[in-house]
Design a protein around this ligand. Structure first.
Ligand SMILES: Nc1ncnc2c1ncn2[C@@H]1O[C@H](COP(=O)(O)OP(=O)(O)OP(=O)(O)O)[C@@H](O)[C@H]1O
Ligand SMILES: [Mg+2]
Length: 209
């Protein structure tokens, strides 16, 4: 009897992700552990990220995530993109969004003549192996935003699927004000304590302007 190939679920997940914004932005396509700026970052944080990337398949299978926390220009996105790159190289389905961009995509599905359908988008967001969300703390919060974030995160929480995200907040618990207490609680269980980055804004330091 013909049995479905074991890679079938993976192929389906990859096909689903095709229309999502999963590509690595140009600035980050060449990031690597063996080159700057990662070589200059806090070795403790980099070591943990490396460990995560080395066992990317197991981590994603277990629904483990990561949270990169810290002020502007300290390397949060760089490290998160490194994780997404490893997931893509491992042939896993990845979706990358900034939170404001994702909320805009959802709003777009409300247009009557939109090709994008809300349920289609949310079910694909729920099914990718890794959902990478940038700038979790920058969206202006209202009930609608909190409800969308809760739905996205809770779907992944229930299915034990990985989320990685970056956020710039003073203290980790402050994130709850941006995403809501229940979403915050789920993110902490999925992603653990934040990987803390610190220091000056390297963008300003690099250009000297
Ligand atoms: N520790 C570091 N040493 C040298 N350069 C760094 C370091 N961290 C980041 N950079 C550089 O600073 C710039 C900003 O990095 P990145 O986008 O990862 O920061 P971020 O923490 O995500 O910032 P934001 O909160 O504004 O999104 C990039 O050009 C990156 O290469
Ligand atoms: Mg960033």
């Amino acid at each position: 009897m013909a049995r479905p190939c074991e890679c079938r679920p993976r192929r389906i997940a990859l096909a689903r992700t095709r229309s999502l914004s999963h590509h690595i932005p140009r600035r980050f396509v060449d990031v690597g552990f063996d080159r700057n700026p990662v070589r200059e970052m806090d070795p403790t944080v980099v070591r943990e990220v490396k460990r995560f990337c080395r066992s990317i398949d197991e981590r994603l299978d277990r629904g483990e995530g990561l949270w990169f926390q810290g002020p502007r220009g300290t390397g949060k996105t760089t490290l998160a993109m490194l994780v997404s790159l490893h997931a893509l190289r491992a042939q896993r389905a990845v979706a990358i969004y900034t939170v404001p961009q994702l909320l805009a995509e959802i709003r777009k599905t409300y247009d009557d003549d939109s090709r994008h359908d809300y349920l289609d988008l949310t079910s694909r967001l729920a099914s990718v192996d890794l959902l990478h969300l940038e700038d979790m703390a920058v969206a202006r919060t209202n009930d609608w935003v909190l409800e969308q974030l809760y739905t996205i995160i809770n779907d992944r929480y229930q299915d034990e699927r990985s989320v990685i995200f970056t956020a710039d907040v003073e203290q980790p618990p402050d994130l709850a004000q941006h995403v809501g207490e229940r979403t915050y609680s789920r993110l902490i269980e999925m992603c653990g304590d934040p990987k803390q980055l610190s220091g000056e804004d390297r963008r300003i330091k690099v250009t000297g302007r």
